[in-house]
Write a protein that binds this ligand. Structure first.
Ligand SMILES: Cc1cc2nc3c(=O)[nH]c(=O)nc-3n(C[C@H](O)[C@H](O)[C@H](O)COP(=O)(O)OP(=O)(O)OC[C@H]3O[C@@H](n4cnc5c(N)ncnc54)[C@H](O)[C@@H]3O)c2cc1C
Length: 434
């Protein structure tokens, strides 16, 4: 089991799933794989994290990617931020993001000690208190006395000292945060002798024969065959018959980039406002990104750069005026889910769920329900939204624990379950007619 980065505090809270628990629909059976051989569809952060966690636990992995390189879509940004997402009061979301953040830091240290090259810099992240809502959050977080190496509440002067540039706002500082190049991250994760990567290979269909999944391409050829398949195909999650009903929401995001100048080069940290801004990465500052909901057209748009520039000018006018030439950087679709938690788990057998849990809206607490039925050997890691660089590893660790028969009971595991929206509809008896 890959348990890196999960704090001792959390490990102590976690217990092996007991099938008699009250949420049998979120439980998993023990699997008995004949061979530790798996296919991962998608060569972005979700797919490469899935591959890494499988490889660490002795699996042979084939990654299928339709482009000529890994990390060409949502994971194709030049640099993204690694940081937690805090809420004013403790919440499941906050736990998820902080556990994910710690997990990724530990994983990066592990990759470094294995001499894998990941272009990144843990230069610290400052989240500006740039609006009344952010001020409120700043005040609430200040009261909560976090350890200094995790979070500090800085006044305006300290924010300026820490960032190296002038700022009109105070900030919340995450000293261990920073930026990462997702493409180099992906490459490092799959760099293993037991990992095969099929580029220029597009999966169009999944069929199953005698416990083996076949991944079929446009020419009706079998691209790969294995007992276990993880679907990690980002914005196209609904393309397969088996995952077509999973609720998703596309959010288009475009970043811009600006050449550094001697003045802008003084920026030492990532800065978050409505979007984010990096210090110099290969002579460029990356900033943005736009959030265009229900837009799944990943096409570069000059208007999006104008929005990114207006935002940066609004919050950091001096810094904005110090920048060199600005142009578009990257555009992609962040695939997210209605409750913003990713999907990490088994693909449910919908017919079984509808039949086995048809009466759970009646609240029969005494009734013993069977545990969840899944499409044998089919798993998903998707819906990473706008934080997948930070959360992908933690989600993949949960997923691979499930596959290896060690699912850890936790509220987070249930929150990531791919059947949760169906269960909500069954509980509210609103499945019919949808
Ligand atoms: C503009 C922008 C800025 C962001 N900034 C940050 C940030 O600062 N911090 C952060 O943590 N996160 C950030 N994110 C989010 C993060 O990048 C995503 O959550 C993450 O990259 C999603 O990874 P993924 O593997 O699910 O999707 P993708 O990277 O899109 O990977 C899916 C892969 O599957 C392949 N594929 C799809 N269908 C098939 C098929 N049928 N056959 C073969 N291959 C297929 C695709 O080609 C693609 O390579 C940002 C996202 C965007 C768009």
């Amino acid at each position: 089991m890959v348990k890196i980065g999960i704090s001792m505090h959390t490990v102590e809270k976690l217990v092996r799933i007991d099938n008699t628990m009250k949420t049998p629909w979120f439980n998993y059976p023990s699997f008995n794989w004949h061979k530790k051989k798996a296919i991962v569809i998608g060569g972005g952060v979700a797919g490469c994290q899935s591959a890494w966690h499988l490889l660490q636990t002795g699996w042979q992995v084939t990654v299928i990617e339709r482009h000529k390189k890994l990390a060409m879509e949502a994971s194709g940004n030049l640099a993204g931020a690694i940081m937690p997402k805090m809420t004013a009061v403790p919440s499941l979301g906050e736990d998820f993001y902080s556990e994910s953040f710690n997990y990724t830091l530990t994983q990066l240290a592990q990759l470094k000690s294995a001499e894998k090259q990941v272009q990144h810099e843990l230069c610290g992240v400052l989240q500006l208190a740039h609006s009344p809502r952010e001020e409120k959050r700043w005040n609430a977080l200040q009261q909560r006395n976090f350890p200094d190496d995790f979070l500090q509440s800085l006044d305006v002067e300290k924010t300026e000292q820490c960032s190296g540039i002038s700022s009109p706002y105070k900030s919340t500082y995450f000293p261990q945060g920073g930026w990462i190049s997702p493409a180099s991250f992906c490459q490092a994760l799959i760099d293993h002798s037991n990992c095969e990567v099929l580029l220029h290979s597009e999966a169009l269909q999944l069929t199953q024969d005698q416990q083996q999944w076949q991944v079929i391409d446009a020419y009706h050829q079998i691209l790969a065959e294995a007992e276990v398949v993880i679907i990690a195909n980002g914005k196209d999650l609904n393309q397969f018959e088996q995952t077509k009903d999973l609720p998703v929401m596309p959010v288009r995001g475009q970043t811009s980039q600006a050449c550094t100048t001697s003045a802008s080069d003084k920026l030492q940290t990532i800065i978050g406002h409505e979007g984010y801004l990096t210090p110099a990465v290969n002579g460029l500052h990356i900033f943005g990104a736009t959030f265009e909901r229900n837009n799944n057209q990943a096409v570069m748009n000059p208007q999006a750069d104008a929005i990114n520039q207006q935002q940066l000018h609004k919050y950091l006018p001096d810094f904005y005026n110090s920048l060199g030439e600005i142009k578009s950087s990257h555009v992609a679709i962040r695939m997210t889910t209605p409750d913003r938690f990713p999907y990490a788990g088994g693909v449910i057998d919908q017919a079984h769920y509808q039949r086995d849990y048809a009466d759970i809206h009646q609240g029969k607490h005494w009734k013993k329900y069977p545990i969840g039925q899944y499409l044998q050997g089919l798993f998903v890691l998707a819906g990473l939204g706008s934080r997948g660089l930070t959360t992908g590893g933690y989600c993949a660790s949960h997923l691979v624990n499930i596959i290896n028969g060690n699912p850890l009971e936790s509220k987070i595991l249930n929150a990531l379950h791919a059947g949760r929206f169906m269960i909500r509809r069954l509980k509210t008896n609103t499945l019919q007619g949808m």
